[in-house]
Design a binder for this molecule. Structure first.
Ligand SMILES: [Zn+2]
Length: 351
């Protein structure tokens, strides 16, 4: 196949990466067709090489060993993992952007090692379609495993691409397949109400999806985390486990404990600077200018607080975490609202 079609396919794989993108592309389809449109797009800082992982192959995926018989697969944006056992393969998540490349990656490893390529179990990290939308490709005769809330949310969503789990757990479950051990746990809500900790005690690995995206700042608006305090607390819960390798569900490489420390510091720096902004940015000019248009005053006042909080964090992390200049401000806004609404900081009781 030509390199053009390969590039196009990997471009499409990345374009499909985030569920919101096709919708936006449809909405502004007219603008996309304008040849001059690209010239008006903003420039961003280069991606630090430390954020990037191995190149994907001609089919658009990379599969690598995490440790022993635990492997990971990526398309550069999404990640899944699988464990080969004497009784078949346990797959962890099934992102649609990797899609049929999941079985190709499994076939490649199984053939190289002379083990079964048959997926017998799929463990769900959480209910989101961008991590599970290829689950149905594996048919009806696999055992799907997930948190009880994952089952409830998938029943609600009623998406044929994401069959509900057959085996559920509430707080802890040890899954044993073919002599292998996987410890599943739920430690409270974070990114979603059901997001689970998947620990491989015999492989020095933790899989926790959509919390830390190693090498990168969070996706828009703090990874769209539903529970902001719960998400801020999740890295410490992850660090309480013994592990060397981290599967974050995103981007092109695995993580380390050092990546988690950097990520925790990034979030701490954002919180500190948001608190400073709440105490420092003077609301007077915004309310003076906009008079009885309260929303205009609040919007511009909060935008100034976000800029105040984000600017030093963007400076500190440019070259450290990829896309610090792309998404830090939107995450600062979410953290600002959580500090205001969940913690009550900056609230004043009328005298
Ligand atoms: Zn998610």
């Amino acid at each position: 196949m030509s390199s053009t079609s390969t590039n196009r396919r990997s471009f499409l794989a990345r374009g499909a990466a985030l569920a919101a993108v096709p919708t936006i592309a449809t909405l502004v389809g007219e603008a996309f067709a304008e040849p001059a449109f690209a010239d008006t797009l903003p420039d961003y800082a280069p991606i630090p090489p430390s954020a990037l992982g191995p190149a994907v192959n001609a089919q658009g995926y990379h599969v690598g060993r995490v440790q022993k018989n635990l492997y990971w697969v990526t398309d550069g944006t999404y990640q899944a993992a699988f464990l080969t056992t004497k009784d078949g393969v346990v797959l962890f998540d099934a992102p649609p952007s990797i899609g049929h490349n999941l079985q190709r990656a499994i076939d490649q490893i199984a053939a190289a090692n002379g083990v079964s390529n048959k997926v017998t179990h799929i463990v769900y990290s959480h209910h989101h379609a961008d991590h599970l939308g290829a689950s149905a490709l594996f048919g009806r005769n696999v055992v799907r495993v997930g948190h009880i809330e994952t089952k409830r949310l998938l029943a609600r969503d009623n998406d044929p691409a994401r069959p509900v789990p057959d085996l559920t757990f509430e707080t802890h479950h040890t899954l044993r397949v073919g002599g292998q051990r996987i410890d599943l746990a739920w430690h409270g809500t974070n990114h979603t109400p059901d997001n689970s900790y998947i620990h491989f005690p015999d492989h020095d690995t933790l899989m926790l999806v959509d919390i830390n995206l190693p090498g990168w700042v969070p996706f828009d608006s703090f990874n769209l985390n539903e529970d902001v305090p719960g998400s801020i607390a999740a890295p410490a819960k992850a660090m309480a486990y013994p592990w060397k390798h981290y599967i974050g569900g995103h981007m092109g490489r695995l993580g380390t404990r050092h990546d988690m420390v950097v990520y925790q510091q990034y979030v701490t720096d954002l919180i500190d600077n948001v608190e400073k902004a709440l105490a420092t940015v003077d609301p007077t000019p915004f309310f003076t200018k906009y008079g009885n248009n309260t929303w205009a005053a609040v919007k511009t006042y909060q935008a100034a607080q976000v800029d105040y909080a984000a600017a030093p964090v963007i400076r500190k992390y440019t070259g450290v975490l990829a896309a610090a200049d792309v998404y830090t401000a939107s995450t600062a806004f979410i953290i600002l609202e959580s500090i205001r609404l969940d913690l009550g900081i900056g609230s004043q009781v009328h005298p």
